[in-house]
Design a protein around this ligand. Structure first.
Ligand SMILES: O=C(O)C(=O)CO
Length: 304
Protein backbone atom coordinates (compact mmCIF):
# COMPACT_ATOMS: atom_id res chain seq x y z
CA UNK A 1 0.00 0.00 0.00
CA UNK A 2 1.37 3.44 -0.85
CA UNK A 3 1.18 6.33 1.57
CA UNK A 4 -1.27 9.15 0.74
CA UNK A 5 0.37 12.24 -0.75
CA UNK A 6 1.36 14.91 1.75
CA UNK A 7 -0.29 18.34 1.53
CA UNK A 8 1.69 20.98 -0.35
CA UNK A 9 4.51 22.63 1.66
CA UNK A 10 4.70 19.68 4.08
CA UNK A 11 7.44 17.15 3.94
CA UNK A 12 7.31 13.97 6.00
CA UNK A 13 9.41 15.28 8.84
CA UNK A 14 7.30 18.41 9.24
CA UNK A 15 4.20 16.25 9.63
CA UNK A 16 5.54 13.84 12.22
CA UNK A 17 8.17 15.86 14.04
CA UNK A 18 7.43 15.87 17.73
CA UNK A 19 10.20 18.38 18.27
CA UNK A 20 8.19 20.74 16.07
CA UNK A 21 5.13 20.21 18.21
CA UNK A 22 7.10 20.77 21.37
CA UNK A 23 8.74 23.90 20.10
CA UNK A 24 5.29 25.19 19.27
CA UNK A 25 4.10 24.20 22.72
CA UNK A 26 7.00 25.91 24.39
CA UNK A 27 6.64 28.92 22.18
CA UNK A 28 3.10 29.88 22.89
CA UNK A 29 0.54 28.26 25.10
CA UNK A 30 -2.24 29.61 22.95
CA UNK A 31 -0.68 27.85 20.01
CA UNK A 32 -1.16 24.47 21.71
CA UNK A 33 -4.74 25.23 22.61
CA UNK A 34 -5.68 26.40 19.16
CA UNK A 35 -3.42 24.12 17.15
CA UNK A 36 -1.78 27.12 15.55
CA UNK A 37 1.87 26.86 14.57
CA UNK A 38 4.18 29.09 16.59
CA UNK A 39 6.40 31.41 14.63
CA UNK A 40 10.09 32.00 15.09
CA UNK A 41 9.54 35.09 17.21
CA UNK A 42 7.37 33.12 19.64
CA UNK A 43 9.97 30.36 19.83
CA UNK A 44 12.57 32.98 20.70
CA UNK A 45 10.35 34.33 23.50
CA UNK A 46 9.90 30.81 24.87
CA UNK A 47 13.64 30.27 24.90
CA UNK A 48 13.95 33.51 26.86
CA UNK A 49 11.58 32.21 29.51
CA UNK A 50 8.10 33.51 28.73
CA UNK A 51 5.90 30.75 30.07
CA UNK A 52 2.95 31.12 32.43
CA UNK A 53 1.36 27.92 33.71
CA UNK A 54 -1.52 30.01 35.09
CA UNK A 55 -2.75 30.45 31.50
CA UNK A 56 -3.76 26.77 31.46
CA UNK A 57 -6.29 24.63 33.32
CA UNK A 58 -3.78 22.45 35.18
CA UNK A 59 -2.24 23.53 38.48
CA UNK A 60 1.37 22.71 37.70
CA UNK A 61 4.04 21.82 40.21
CA UNK A 62 7.51 20.24 40.23
CA UNK A 63 9.38 17.74 42.39
CA UNK A 64 12.44 19.18 44.11
CA UNK A 65 14.33 15.86 44.31
CA UNK A 66 14.77 15.92 40.52
CA UNK A 67 16.86 19.11 40.77
CA UNK A 68 19.54 18.10 43.31
CA UNK A 69 22.04 20.74 42.21
CA UNK A 70 19.59 23.62 42.75
CA UNK A 71 18.68 25.04 46.12
CA UNK A 72 15.02 24.97 47.07
CA UNK A 73 15.17 28.77 47.12
CA UNK A 74 16.30 28.91 43.47
CA UNK A 75 13.83 26.28 42.30
CA UNK A 76 11.00 28.05 44.12
CA UNK A 77 11.92 31.33 42.42
CA UNK A 78 11.93 29.68 38.99
CA UNK A 79 8.70 27.76 39.64
CA UNK A 80 6.89 30.90 40.77
CA UNK A 81 8.16 32.79 37.70
CA UNK A 82 6.73 30.04 35.45
CA UNK A 83 3.31 30.36 37.08
CA UNK A 84 3.52 27.06 38.93
CA UNK A 85 1.49 26.76 42.12
CA UNK A 86 3.92 24.77 44.23
CA UNK A 87 6.58 22.13 44.75
CA UNK A 88 6.04 18.43 45.47
CA UNK A 89 7.50 15.98 47.99
CA UNK A 90 8.87 18.26 50.70
CA UNK A 91 8.87 18.31 54.50
CA UNK A 92 7.83 20.95 57.05
CA UNK A 93 11.34 22.55 57.33
CA UNK A 94 10.98 23.44 53.61
CA UNK A 95 7.63 25.19 54.02
CA UNK A 96 8.91 28.72 54.88
CA UNK A 97 10.90 28.88 51.62
CA UNK A 98 7.82 27.92 49.62
CA UNK A 99 5.62 30.47 51.36
CA UNK A 100 8.19 33.21 50.75
CA UNK A 101 7.60 32.65 47.02
CA UNK A 102 3.82 32.33 47.27
CA UNK A 103 3.95 28.57 46.65
CA UNK A 104 2.36 25.60 48.41
CA UNK A 105 3.72 22.13 49.06
CA UNK A 106 1.56 20.22 46.60
CA UNK A 107 2.48 16.83 48.13
CA UNK A 108 3.97 16.42 51.60
CA UNK A 109 6.19 13.42 52.35
CA UNK A 110 5.52 10.89 55.08
CA UNK A 111 7.02 7.36 55.32
CA UNK A 112 9.59 5.51 53.16
CA UNK A 113 8.55 4.17 49.77
CA UNK A 114 9.58 0.54 50.19
CA UNK A 115 8.52 0.18 53.86
CA UNK A 116 4.80 0.74 53.52
CA UNK A 117 1.25 -0.13 54.34
CA UNK A 118 1.02 -3.58 52.72
CA UNK A 119 3.31 -4.98 55.41
CA UNK A 120 2.09 -4.88 59.01
CA UNK A 121 5.65 -4.76 60.38
CA UNK A 122 5.76 -1.11 59.21
CA UNK A 123 2.27 -0.03 60.32
CA UNK A 124 3.22 1.72 63.57
CA UNK A 125 6.05 3.66 61.93
CA UNK A 126 3.95 4.60 58.87
CA UNK A 127 0.91 5.63 60.91
CA UNK A 128 3.02 7.87 63.14
CA UNK A 129 4.67 9.56 60.15
CA UNK A 130 1.41 9.91 58.20
CA UNK A 131 -0.37 11.50 61.17
CA UNK A 132 2.51 13.95 61.68
CA UNK A 133 2.50 14.86 57.98
CA UNK A 134 -1.30 15.32 57.99
CA UNK A 135 -1.05 17.68 60.96
CA UNK A 136 1.72 19.76 59.35
CA UNK A 137 -0.10 19.88 56.00
CA UNK A 138 -3.40 20.85 57.55
CA UNK A 139 -1.75 23.58 59.66
CA UNK A 140 -0.80 25.31 56.38
CA UNK A 141 -4.22 24.73 54.82
CA UNK A 142 -2.58 22.48 52.21
CA UNK A 143 -4.06 19.36 50.72
CA UNK A 144 -1.96 16.26 50.10
CA UNK A 145 0.18 13.70 51.92
CA UNK A 146 1.85 10.87 50.03
CA UNK A 147 1.65 7.24 51.18
CA UNK A 148 3.05 4.05 49.69
CA UNK A 149 2.07 0.39 49.60
CA UNK A 150 5.72 -0.51 50.13
CA UNK A 151 7.33 -3.70 48.93
CA UNK A 152 5.54 -7.06 49.05
CA UNK A 153 8.36 -9.07 50.67
CA UNK A 154 6.47 -12.30 49.84
CA UNK A 155 3.04 -11.02 50.98
CA UNK A 156 0.41 -11.88 48.36
CA UNK A 157 -1.58 -9.06 46.76
CA UNK A 158 -4.88 -9.82 48.49
CA UNK A 159 -3.26 -9.98 51.94
CA UNK A 160 -1.29 -6.84 51.09
CA UNK A 161 -4.49 -5.04 50.15
CA UNK A 162 -6.16 -6.09 53.42
CA UNK A 163 -3.11 -4.84 55.33
CA UNK A 164 -3.30 -1.50 53.49
CA UNK A 165 -7.02 -1.19 54.27
CA UNK A 166 -6.38 -1.91 57.97
CA UNK A 167 -3.72 0.80 58.19
CA UNK A 168 -5.66 3.30 56.10
CA UNK A 169 -8.78 2.87 58.25
CA UNK A 170 -6.67 4.22 61.13
CA UNK A 171 -5.31 7.28 59.34
CA UNK A 172 -8.01 8.25 56.84
CA UNK A 173 -10.45 9.53 59.53
CA UNK A 174 -7.66 11.82 60.80
CA UNK A 175 -7.04 13.06 57.25
CA UNK A 176 -10.78 13.60 56.70
CA UNK A 177 -11.04 15.79 59.79
CA UNK A 178 -7.95 17.73 58.74
CA UNK A 179 -9.20 18.29 55.18
CA UNK A 180 -6.17 16.44 53.80
CA UNK A 181 -6.10 13.67 51.17
CA UNK A 182 -3.75 10.69 51.46
CA UNK A 183 -2.47 9.73 48.03
CA UNK A 184 -0.90 6.32 47.36
CA UNK A 185 1.58 6.47 44.53
CA UNK A 186 1.41 4.01 41.63
CA UNK A 187 5.04 3.08 40.83
CA UNK A 188 6.59 0.71 38.33
CA UNK A 189 7.99 -2.54 39.73
CA UNK A 190 9.72 -3.37 36.45
CA UNK A 191 12.52 -0.80 36.17
CA UNK A 192 12.78 1.36 39.29
CA UNK A 193 11.01 -0.21 42.25
CA UNK A 194 11.17 -4.03 42.11
CA UNK A 195 8.66 -5.72 44.44
CA UNK A 196 6.59 -2.53 45.04
CA UNK A 197 3.00 -3.72 45.48
CA UNK A 198 0.85 -0.79 44.23
CA UNK A 199 2.19 -1.09 40.69
CA UNK A 200 -0.99 -1.05 38.58
CA UNK A 201 -4.23 0.88 38.35
CA UNK A 202 -6.49 -2.14 38.82
CA UNK A 203 -5.03 -3.02 42.23
CA UNK A 204 -4.89 0.64 43.28
CA UNK A 205 -8.46 1.42 42.21
CA UNK A 206 -9.73 -1.65 44.11
CA UNK A 207 -7.92 -0.38 47.21
CA UNK A 208 -9.50 3.08 46.87
CA UNK A 209 -12.94 1.45 46.52
CA UNK A 210 -12.42 -0.67 49.64
CA UNK A 211 -11.24 2.30 51.71
CA UNK A 212 -14.23 4.28 50.46
CA UNK A 213 -13.25 7.84 51.38
CA UNK A 214 -12.79 10.97 49.27
CA UNK A 215 -9.67 11.53 51.37
CA UNK A 216 -7.82 8.52 50.00
CA UNK A 217 -6.82 8.49 46.32
CA UNK A 218 -4.06 7.39 43.97
CA UNK A 219 -1.14 9.37 42.68
CA UNK A 220 -1.10 8.37 39.01
CA UNK A 221 2.50 8.67 37.84
CA UNK A 222 2.36 8.79 34.06
CA UNK A 223 5.97 7.63 33.61
CA UNK A 224 5.60 4.68 35.99
CA UNK A 225 2.25 3.61 34.55
CA UNK A 226 3.49 3.88 30.98
CA UNK A 227 6.05 1.23 31.94
CA UNK A 228 3.50 -1.02 33.66
CA UNK A 229 0.30 -0.68 31.64
CA UNK A 230 0.44 2.02 28.93
CA UNK A 231 -2.90 3.11 27.46
CA UNK A 232 -2.45 6.31 29.45
CA UNK A 233 -5.28 8.55 28.20
CA UNK A 234 -7.98 5.87 28.24
CA UNK A 235 -6.90 4.71 31.72
CA UNK A 236 -7.12 8.27 33.02
CA UNK A 237 -10.52 8.83 31.40
CA UNK A 238 -11.86 5.61 32.94
CA UNK A 239 -10.37 6.02 36.42
CA UNK A 240 -9.92 9.75 36.99
CA UNK A 241 -12.26 9.77 39.98
CA UNK A 242 -9.76 7.55 41.80
CA UNK A 243 -6.71 9.66 40.88
CA UNK A 244 -5.96 12.66 43.08
CA UNK A 245 -2.55 13.72 41.80
CA UNK A 246 -0.36 13.29 38.70
CA UNK A 247 3.38 13.06 38.02
CA UNK A 248 5.14 13.39 34.67
CA UNK A 249 8.41 12.23 33.06
CA UNK A 250 9.55 10.96 29.70
CA UNK A 251 9.75 7.22 29.07
CA UNK A 252 12.14 5.51 28.65
CA UNK A 253 14.73 7.28 30.75
CA UNK A 254 12.61 9.41 33.08
CA UNK A 255 14.07 12.55 31.55
CA UNK A 256 12.69 15.66 29.84
CA UNK A 257 9.31 15.52 28.07
CA UNK A 258 11.08 15.73 24.73
CA UNK A 259 11.34 13.81 21.48
CA UNK A 260 13.82 11.28 22.84
CA UNK A 261 10.93 9.57 24.60
CA UNK A 262 7.55 8.12 23.64
CA UNK A 263 4.87 10.00 25.57
CA UNK A 264 3.10 12.93 23.95
CA UNK A 265 2.31 15.22 26.84
CA UNK A 266 0.06 17.96 25.36
CA UNK A 267 -2.81 15.51 24.64
CA UNK A 268 -2.24 13.70 27.95
CA UNK A 269 -2.43 17.01 29.83
CA UNK A 270 -5.53 17.97 27.86
CA UNK A 271 -7.22 14.65 28.65
CA UNK A 272 -6.56 15.22 32.35
CA UNK A 273 -7.86 18.79 32.25
CA UNK A 274 -10.92 17.62 30.29
CA UNK A 275 -11.89 15.29 33.18
CA UNK A 276 -12.48 18.47 35.22
CA UNK A 277 -9.42 17.74 37.37
CA UNK A 278 -8.80 20.46 39.96
CA UNK A 279 -5.79 18.96 41.78
CA UNK A 280 -2.07 19.32 41.15
CA UNK A 281 -0.01 18.11 38.21
CA UNK A 282 3.66 17.78 39.13
CA UNK A 283 6.68 17.34 36.86
CA UNK A 284 9.00 14.62 38.10
CA UNK A 285 11.69 14.10 35.47
CA UNK A 286 15.47 13.97 35.85
CA UNK A 287 16.87 16.60 33.51
CA UNK A 288 19.89 15.69 31.42
CA UNK A 289 20.21 19.09 29.76
CA UNK A 290 19.69 22.64 31.06
CA UNK A 291 17.27 21.84 33.90
CA UNK A 292 15.35 25.09 33.80
CA UNK A 293 14.98 25.05 30.00
CA UNK A 294 13.63 21.49 30.30
CA UNK A 295 11.23 22.48 33.04
CA UNK A 296 10.03 25.49 31.08
CA UNK A 297 9.38 23.31 28.04
CA UNK A 298 7.50 20.75 30.16
CA UNK A 299 5.35 23.48 31.70
CA UNK A 300 4.60 24.95 28.28
CA UNK A 301 3.55 21.58 26.84
CA UNK A 302 1.09 21.10 29.68
CA UNK A 303 -0.58 24.50 29.45
CA UNK A 304 -3.85 23.28 27.97
O1 LIG B 1 10.73 7.64 43.59
C1 LIG B 1 9.98 7.56 42.60
O2 LIG B 1 10.23 6.81 41.65
C2 LIG B 1 8.79 8.37 42.56
O3 LIG B 1 8.14 8.42 41.53
C3 LIG B 1 8.41 9.14 43.76
O4 LIG B 1 7.39 10.04 43.49
Amino acid sequence: MTNPPLPKNQNKSSVISRRGLMTAAAAATGAVATGAVANAQEAKQAAAGAVDAKQGRLNQSVCKWCFPKMSLEDLAKEAAAMGMVGIDLLDPPDFPTLKKHGLVCTMVQSHPLSDGLCDTQFHDMCIEKINAAVEATSAEGWKNVIVFSGNARGIDREKGMKNCVDALRKVVPVAEKAGVTLQMELLNSKVNHADYMCDNSQWGVELVKRVGSDHFKLLYDIYHMQIMEGDIIRTIQQNHQYYGHYHTAGNPGRHELDDTQELLYPPIAKAIADTGYQGYFAHEFLPVRDPIAGLRDAVAQCIV
